[in-house]
Design a binder for this molecule. Structure first.
Ligand code: SAM
Length: 309
């Protein structure tokens, strides 16, 4: 592609360069703010998955507008990648799925919670739609997890979401923590893309909820004894024993002749496996070809193919 062809094709790409934004995504956050007034009264903000930094630029310019206002504004940007410095933005090079990253953010805010958390996180796209949607959903849940550690009650969380077939499950998970959840598509987000943004307002976790990084897919090193969790943090599903109590007990051994009046007859399996993984070993054993302790072993695959099984 020539140097100017992207300029011709993509107005937001061109505008971003003209206005000094690091990426065209800046317009997505600006347009979300036009609709939802995201930055009103915000003094502490977190930008998750921030590199190369256009959303952090928006936060920096909008929250630190006037000099006298900029003093008490704190912005933290987190990304796996390093990013060039920005005025008033503290960077953490880290993984949003790690509890240590949440702790670092809290340290930076000196124990004060954030008013706003935004996340434009995107994994490297594989091209396999189901896999991409799944990974994106996991990243959003990681962002939600970290948000429950740092956001103040009543605060706002904005995150990129892929509107795939299981998106309603994500909406219901978000609704557990926020009274208002809206799916928004800024003009600058291409119509051809399933990308959209959830704007989650009024953070109000269930009573007694204790933040944890309990998604087992996300942070394996977090030391939680799930059996000790209580209240809304602990999910107990009903356990039901089924079947007649007088039915056979699968842990007991029964005599072969179940009906003493009849002679026992062996019944073969209805459908034996057609190509079981143990077939090769059975064949080798039958033909005495299995490796002996004091003889060189037969290479399994070689023997198998040489015997034309
Ligand atoms: N909002 C950014 C901007 O305006 O410049 C663009 C973000 S870019 C689309 C997605 C970012 O997500 C990448 O920089 C990537 O490194 C980051 N990312 C993906 N997985 C992450 C993770 N587990 N922890 C932190 N950052 C992650």
């Amino acid at each position: 592609m020539g140097r100017s062809s992207k300029d011709k094709r993509d107005i937001y790409y061109r505008l971003a360069k003209e206005e000094g934004w690091r990426a065209r995504s800046a317009f997505k956050l600006l347009q979300l703010d036009e609709e939802f007034s995201l930055f009103k009264g915000v003094r502490r903000a977190v930008d998750l998955c921030a590199a190369p930094g256009s959303w952090s630029q928006v936060l920096s310019r909008k929250l630190r507008g006037k000099k006298e206002e900029s003093e008490d504004v704190k912005i933290v940007a987190v990304d796996l990648q390093a990013m060039a410095p920005l005025p008033g933005v503290t960077q953490i090079q880290g993984d949003i799925t790690k509890i240590t990253t949440a702790q670092e953010i809290i340290r930076h805010f000196e124990g004060q919670p954030a008013d706003l958390v935004v996340c434009d996180g995107a994994p490297d796209v594989t091209g396999l739609h189901d896999v991409d949607e799944y990974i994106q959903a996991q990243l959003l849940l990681a962002a939600l997890n970290i948000t429950t550690h740092v956001l103040k009650p009543g605060g706002t969380f904005v995150a990129k979401i892929f509107r795939g077939k299981d998106v309603t499950l994500l909406y219901s998970q978000l609704k557990v923590f926020f009274s208002g959840v809206t799916c928004a598509k800024p003009r600058s987000s291409r119509n051809s893309s399933i990308e959209a943004f959830v704007v989650c307002e009024n953070y109000s976790p269930p009573e007694g909820y204790v933040p944890n990084m309990s998604n087992p897919l996300l942070d394996h090193c977090y030391d939680v004894d799930f059996n000790q969790l209580e209240g809304p943090n602990r999910i107990i599903v009903p356990f039901l024993a089924c079947g007649d109590l007088s039915a056979f007990d699968s842990d007991r051994t029964y005599p072969l002749q179940l009906d003493p009046s009849k002679e026992y007859r062996y019944t073969p399996p209805t459908q034996p496996p057609i190509r079981p993984p143990y077939q090769q070993a059975c064949h080798l054993r039958k033909n005495n070809l299995l490796a002996k302790e004091d003889s060189p072993s037969v290479p399994l695959d070689g023997a198998f193919s040489a015997l034309h099984l």
